[in-house]
Ligand binder design. Structure first.
Ligand code: GLA
Length: 740
């Protein structure tokens, strides 16, 4: 890995063993993009890759020269007002109303490692030799504004992190758009992959071909959202899970975002990603600066799995942090679907006792333990015990549960308030919204202005009072509505445009303060299920609740989509009761578990109301997961067959030494007279021989990857505790063990 600068041609080459990223200083001083893709041999001059075709109507920079038009040259960080008429990467306004700036290369600095982004989540290095960083200073002579473009290339992943800093000069400026990334690609032969959905249908995999004009996804809801995840990929039409070229773009941020691909009439593609410009502005005074969050670009020629594995490695090991990063996650039971708001200490202790007997490790008390909360109209904001339900307080209950030998976890929704609460009665002005106008509610709740420090301080104090009891080792941090009326009372008019961003910084700040005070506390982020499942929060919470939808057939799709970017160790996945509370479907408990094993595993049901047989099955599942969770959560994950396109879906994890693998196979709907079926596996050692459980066969790794694993039901010789044969919602878990 290295970052080279060729002085003679002013060309920068960032490379590691897999990828090259090359750009140059153009003759007008702007940065021109030359190449991003598979590693190229270094050369001093790649300038012939730029396009200098004289075109009618083009805006040309130099008099007498018809070939230099920024409208047609690929760029690093395009600027409005200098000839490029495609979408720019930023927009800024001078005090005189002009939005024209002209940033030219001034200097650069190459360092080992990766500097932190103060106050923002970001990938990091643990030693200086893991990455190199280049910071390039661009300068606008007229206003003295500096732009700092930062690129980090990692040694061991084919990824580049990018962010931008705006440093105000001698006059003030109003930043109206500040995206984190632009990538101009030389053609448009791509399909755009997006992860789209809604509540209970998060991160569905969708492809659409790029067309001329703009293809885009976004969030303007104040959270990254379940409608679109802050991620897109551009893949070649022929690219599959296992083969072919793909570029991934992922935004390390939890608020509004825009991701778009613009195809121009000459078939080049411009990718832009960053904070959504809608409802965004930053008033900068001389000397002040604004730092954008970072984007992570990945290139893979090994298909979508290749891309995902790069994200998994980077996000699991160099975005997630702290005590839990490398530790297998506790098997939990959550009482939400077991009791909803209707519980008391006795009922909770009964569930916890049974859970303990079945081997479960962590009990999570969900919504309803605080204030007067018996339904969703009241008490958000009042984070002290509901003594009617819990006469010994939540701290007393936590102690009883930890005395049983279980860990105890607790639900909070810190960012929200109900009007019926002490918090609202004392601080009605802490709610976001224009006091002269109606405020929309969502689930009867209103949003606290987390851009205000005193609000965040209040929540910190309230939460610490509970957590200081010392018996709480896990927090589920929920956020159950989108922002609608964004107006911060008391905030000066020129700063209103920064409220949505500062709100997210407030969320990060509270997370960071709690993490620092309780370093071993395990956070699971949540937002009406998975509406804020994004890389930003992974920096604080190493796992996230993936969806309120725990129906196995639906979960397959949700987890399949989620795995495009996010590591298995981050994917909260539980076995819940049947009929399923979201779909009404009845599926076997084995199939529910076979899906949930590929995640941070747990249960979301009342174990006491299950049959003795199901309780025994849970005991066996918990024991099985304990034995295998390190492999599930930290092995190399491969998607094999998509539930979006096939009747049978499959995925697998492989151990680092390639000697063990677990293959999950799922068939939600059973056809009659089924065809012969096999699924080609991935990631095995072709030279090893594997014992395949269930089928009782010995197969070569090469054979399993070339011919495939025979999944026709007749091949199953020894079903085990994870096997469901026949009928709808069947599933199996094959174990592959290398033999000498
Ligand atoms: C959200 C979460 C659920 C549960 C409820 C509690 O919907 O996604 O898991 O915690 O809130 O109100």
């Amino acid at each position: 890995m290295a970052i080279l600068f060729h002085e003679s041609t002013k060309t920068f080459h960032l490379y590691n063993e897999q990828i090259s990223y090359i750009f140059t200083v153009l003759k007008n001083g702007h940065l021109g993009q030359l190449y991003f893709g598979k590693r190229l041999r270094d050369r001093a001059d790649f300038s012939h890759l730029l396009e200098f075709t004289p075109r009618p109507m083009a805006a040309c920079t130099f008099e007498g020269d018809l070939s230099f038009s920024l409208e047609h040259i690929r760029q690093e960080y395009p600027i409005f007002g200098t000839g490029d008429i495609r979408y720019p990467a930023f927009s800024m306004e001078r005090p005189n109303g002009s939005r024209i700036y002209d940033f030219t290369y001034q200097s650069h600095q190459i360092t080992s490692g990766k500097p932190r982004l103060e106050g923002l989540p970001a990938t990091y290095t643990e030693s200086a030799d893991e990455a190199d960083t280049i910071a390039i200073t661009l300068y606008d002579q007229v206003t003295d504004v500096q732009l700092l473009l930062t690129y980090t290339i990692f040694r061991d992943v084919s990824a580049i992190a990018r962010s931008v800093r705006f440093i105000c000069g001698k006059e003030s400026a109003k930043l109206l758009q500040a995206l984190s990334l632009c990538l101009d690609l030389p053609d448009d032969n791509y399909e755009l992959l997006e992860l789209t959905g809604t509540w209970s249908r998060e991160r569905q995999v969708k492809f659409r071909p790029l067309e001329s004009g703009v293809t885009s996804i976004h969030s303007m809801r104040g959270c990254s959202s379940s409608v679109y995840n802050p991620f897109i990929a551009l893949k070649r039409p022929e690219t599959t899970e296992g083969h072919g070229e793909v570029y991934g773009f992922s935004f390390v941020y939890s608020g509004n975002f825009l991701a778009q691909a613009e195809v121009d009439t000459f078939h080049t593609t411009r990718v832009l990603m960053g904070i959504h410009p809608q409802n965004f502005s930053v008033a900068l005074q001389p000397g002040e600066s604004f730092q954008t969050p970072e984007c992570i670009m990945v290139y893979s020629e090994e298909g979508l799995n290749g891309m995902s594995q790069q994200y998994h490695t980077l996000y699991r090991t160099r975005l997630a942090r702290g005590y839990w990063r490398d530790r297998p996650r506790p098997i939990l039971i959550n009482n939400w679907e077991a009791t909803y708001f209707n519980f008391n200490e006795e009922k909770i202790l009964e569930i916890a006792e049974k859970a303990k007997a079945l081997g479960i490790e962590l009990f999570v008390l969900d919504d309803g333990w605080f204030g007067k909360r018996n339904n969703d109209t009241t008490s958000l904001g009042d984070w002290f015990s509901n003594l009617e339900k819990l006469p010994n307080s939540v701290e007393g209950l936590a102690k009883k549960i930890t005395d049983m030998g279980l860990k105890f976890g607790l639900w909070f929704e810190p960012e929200m308030v109900n009007k019926d609460s002490e918090m609202y009665r004392t601080h009605p002005d802490w709610v976001l919204g224009d006091p002269e106008r109606n405020h929309c509610h969502g689930r009867n709740q209103y949003i606290l202005d987390f851009s205000r420090k005193e609000v965040v301080d209040n929540l910190y104090d309230q939460m610490c009072k509970v957590l200081d009891c010392g018996h709480i080792s896990y927090i589920k941090w929920d956020m159950n509505r989108s922002m609608s009326e964004v107006y911060a009372i008391g905030c000066p008019p020129e700063k209103q445009g920064t409220v949505m961003h500062n709100y997210i910084l407030g969320v990060y700040d509270l997370y960071e303060r709690l993490r620092t005070r309780y370093p071993e506390l395990l956070f699971e982020s949540c937002s009406s299920g998975g509406a804020r499942f994004d890389p930003g929060l992974l920096y604080y919470a190493p796992q996230a609740w993936t969806s309120d939808n725990t129906d196995a057939a639906e979960r397959l799709k949700i987890q399949y989509g989620t795995s495009m970017v996010y590591p298995i160790s981050s994917i909260g996945a539980h076995v819940s009761a049947v009929p399923n509370h979201q779909t009404g479907r009845i599926s076997p408990i084995e199939t529910r578990a076979n899906t949930a094993y590929f995640g941070t595993f747990g249960y979301e049901l009342n174990v006491n109301t299950l049959t003795e047989e199901d309780q025994q099955k849970i005991k066996a599942q918990v024991a099985f997961m304990k034995e295998n969770r390190a492999l599930f959560q930290f092995g190399t994950f491969y998607r094999l067959q998509s539930p979006f396109t096939h009747e049978a879906a499959a995925w697998m994890v492989v151990s680092e030494d390639q000697k063990t693998a677990l293959v999950g196979y799922y068939k939600p709907h059973a056809p009659a007279n089924e065809p012969y079926e096999r699924i080609r596996l991935m990631g095995l050692d072709p030279n090893l021989c594997y014992r395949v459980s269930l089928n009782d066969t010995l197969c070569g790794g090469d054979e399993l990857m070339q011919y495939g694993l025979i999944t026709s039901e007749h091949a199953v010789k020894s079903p085990d505790l994870n096997t469901v044969l026949g009928g709808d919602y069947r599933s199996r878990l094959y174990r592959l063990t290398a033999v000498e």
